[in-house]
Design a protein around this ligand. Structure first.
Ligand SMILES: [Zn+2]
Ligand SMILES: [Zn+2]
Length: 291
């Protein structure tokens, strides 16, 4: 979530029920980013559409994904769910290609090409734009009175003061700081081509379906082991690693052990975990738990 923007990445079976149980609500949850078209990532759209039909606040649903995923989603929503009926809300399917897909004032979302089974698989990078902080001590030294001029300067524009002086933004703004970056990768079989996209991300959320003891299986099905995910986190120098899509056959602590042997700041995502990603830190918002 970023101010007025909310995104859902993938929509597996039962997503709408889990959102209800989580208490997060559906308000403004009208942008869904799909990593790929496998059923465990899209089936929940059927239930979500039925829920949204009763949720008046949402008039438009925007679904982003690769061409193949969208084709399947189209079949699911228009064929299986609606069966010729008029959609209860405006559904827009946006075909994603690598590169920026959503631009907002202070952040953007990039689609990142990933290798999994089938064509057009993507991960998504949420990138806050760099900004230069306003330095109040400089403003004070320049005796800039309170008023609209401060806003202009923060926005990088020159401001003429009532006393006739012209103040340039450089006079009151500090060094440019990189914004927060969060990268979310769904199912994926190879990591070499992801190092660049994940470089210095504050948090990386990525699958780890298998453990190293089943590395062959991971290769066969184009999934990752916990170790491979951790190696990527290490090589890309990310702040924190959050593993998802773990096979139920494993115990969480074994998966964590394998990841942490390589990359200490690893964790395994559980249902209802809530984190806030900030520049250089990961803050757990609820369900404090010891690991
Ligand atoms: Zn898959
Ligand atoms: Zn999957």
């Amino acid at each position: 979530m970023h101010d007025e923007y909310r995104f859902l990445v993938d929509c597996g079976e039962g997503t709408q029920r889990q959102i209800m149980l989580s208490g997060l609500g559906f308000k403004r949850l009208n942008r869904i980013l799909i990593t790929h078209g496998h059923l465990d990532h899209i089936l929940g759209l059927a239930g979500l559409l039925s829920t949204f039909a009763r949720w008046e606040a949402i008039e438009q649903l925007e679904i982003y994904g690769g061409a193949w995923a969208l084709e399947r989603i189209h079949d699911l929503l228009y064929g299986v769910v609606l069966r010729g009926a008029k959609p209860p809300l405006d559904i827009q399917l946006h075909t994603v290609q690598e590169g920026p897909i959503i631009e907002a004032e202070d952040f953007r979302v990039d689609a990142v090409s990933v290798q999994h089974r089938g064509p057009d698989c993507f991960g998504y990078a949420f990138i806050e734009k760099p900004r230069r902080p306003f330095l109040p001590e400089r403003a004070q030294a320049l005796e800039i009175p309170p008023g609209p001029w401060r806003r202009l300067l923060v926005d990088g524009q020159p401001a003429s003061l009532p006393d006739g002086r012209l103040i340039l933004p450089e006079q009151v703004l500090g060094e440019e700081r990189l914004g927060t970056r969060l990268v979310m990768i769904g199912d994926v079989g190879r990591t070499e081509n992801l190092v660049h996209a994940c470089r210095d991300a504050d948090a990386l959320v990525i699958e780890a379906t298998y453990m190293e003891e089943e590395a062959q299986m991971a290769r066969d099905f184009a999934h990752l082991t916990a170790r491979q995910a951790a190696l990527l986190a290490q090589e890309a120098g990310v702040g924190h690693l959050i593993l998802t899509h773990i096979s139920r056959r494993y115990r969480e602590r074994d998966v964590l052990g394998e990841a942490r042997a390589i990359f200490a700041k690893s964790r395994v995502a559980r249902d209802f975990d809530a984190f806030q990603v900030r520049r250089g830190e990961l803050v757990e918002l609820q369900g404090e738990r010891a690991q």
